[in-house]
Design a protein around this ligand. Structure first.
Ligand code: GLN
Length: 425
């Protein structure tokens, strides 16, 4: 994104923040005693883009407990540990059409999806179930730390205790699931609920949750670290799209058109494909349990920017292609000389590891085009040769060994790459 576009975007965020700041409809959640104490006037918005830009306004340093915003990550941890097939034996992937803490289950007596309480409790039962309690929570906490940064996550013990003390409904849900025989064998309900309440009591601010949304947007990678595979990120994004906003999910999908997750503490984090993540926090909730200002903010935002996922549907394929400095990866790979790459692309600070819809990076295109001099320039600039395209090809395999040998020879004998590769065939 160009600097000017970015500053216009931030200006719009500012404007919407100012115009929604005075809305005081709705009520702070009160069924968990500690949540009742929240200051209803807090309000913040944070943006975290795929190219690492950040913008924050309002009380963005304020740490709140994330409540249901923990559910996507708990599901990802269960998926990472057991795979989709096993997890799907315990948790469905359908919208429930009921309240988040409803006693209704699907035809197989399983929770409808991982974003309602029953599904999230089930997901927690699948996380490192053979380990000690402290290690299980450590695993969840460490994952959050990896995503949002070591010092940006806390634990709210008072919320945890208060939720545990008043957990009549969640305990009933867990008991029904036990009665239905859908927990994995040897599940300890009490420990499972404990882990679920702990996950809900993790604390962070909108800066951190926006970064989590950006990680999901980026196929599980953040700060150059792979936290989750892009495959399972895709799964949770689908479920967030259809079930992330409680009983408002259908309307949200229609009006806003973005995967999102809401929590009763007043947070909403939203993933904007090819752009990044945005998180809002404001504790007053509407009758569906979503933050009033948060929903209003996103409703306004999509009036200014075509961020709805299906906005792009009507435009042609050309505009869908992922570009670097407005040129498609394919065009750069085929048309640019290695000198141009060196002088323009590498100096522009653009991400040279961007991939297109087929998962092909510039390196993939350049290898196919046999433009080894350009490949050399990119590798010299630390391009990621491990990236796999849609068909699973990376330069990490034999091709890359070729390149590494060539680099060695290049330095040793200063021979031209072309002459070296022509001998290879
Ligand atoms: N911990 C809360 C509960 O179990 C989470 C609910 C929510 O944020 N929707 O009720």
């Amino acid at each position: 994104m160009k600097d000017e576009e970015w500053s216009n975007f931030c200006h719009t965020i500012d404007q919407i923040y100012q115009s929604t700041k005075f809305i005081d409809d709705g009520h702070v959640a009160d069924y968990i005693p500690q949540l009742k104490k929240a200051n209803p006037n807090l309000y913040s918005i944070s943006v975290y883009t795929l190219d690492g830009r950040e913008y924050h306004i309002g009380d963005s340093e304020y740490n709140f407990c994330i409540q249901s915003c923990s559910k996507p990550i708990s599901y990802l941890l269960a998926l990472e540990e057991h795979g989709l097939e096993y997890v799907s034996n315990h948790i469905g992937k359908e919208p429930s059409g009921c309240k988040f803490n409803s006693f209704r289950f699907n035809d197989e007596n399983k929770p409808f999806n991982p974003l309602i309480n029953a599904g999230a409790i089930m997901a927690c039962s699948l996380i490192k179930s053979k380990e000690r309690d402290d290690l299980r929570f450590d695993h969840i906490m460490n994952t959050w730390k990896q995503i949002v940064g070591e010092n940006n996550v806390e634990f709210d013990n008072t919320v945890y205790l208060s939720e545990k003390l008043t957990a009549y409904r969640n305990t009933a849900l867990a008991n029904i699931m036990m009665e239905n025989g859908i927990f994995p064998e040897d599940t300890d309900i009490e420990k499972t609920l404990q882990l679920y309440f702990q996950a809900c009591s993790i604390k962070m601010n909108t800066k951190a949750l926006a970064k989590c949304a950006a990680m999901l947007c980026n196929g599980g990678i953040i700060d150059s670290k792979k936290v989750f595979s892009s495959e399972i990120c895709k799964y949770i994004l689908c479920i967030m799209y259809q079930s992330g906003m409680y009983d408002y999910s259908g309307r949200w999908g229609f009006d806003i058109g973005l995967p999102a997750k809401s929590g009763v503490s007043g947070a909403i984090f939203t993933v904007i494909p090819n752009f990044g993540g945005i998180c809002t926090f404001s504790p007053r909730l509407d009758k569906n349990g979503n933050s009033v200002r948060g929903v209003r903010f996103f409703t306004e935002l999509v009036k200014y920017y075509k961020m709805h996922m299906f906005d792009q549907f009507s435009s042609n394929m050309e505009s869908k292609k992922i570009s670097i400095n407005n040129e498609t990866i394919y065009d750069i790979g085929t048309n640019k000389s290695y000198k141009e790459l060196e002088t323009h692309l590498l100096k522009s600070g653009e991400d040279i590891n961007k991939t297109d819809y087929d998962g092909r990076s510039l390196l993939h295109v350049l290898m196919d085009e046999k433009k080894y001099d350009s490949v050399f320039v990119l590798l010299k600039n630390n391009a990621n040769y491990k990236l796999k395209d849609r068909w699973g090809n990376s330069l990490d395999n034999k091709q890359c060994i070729k390149i590494k040998i060539v680099l060695l020879y290049y330095f040793k004998y200063k021979m031209t790459l072309k002459s070296y590769f022509s001998r290879w065939k």
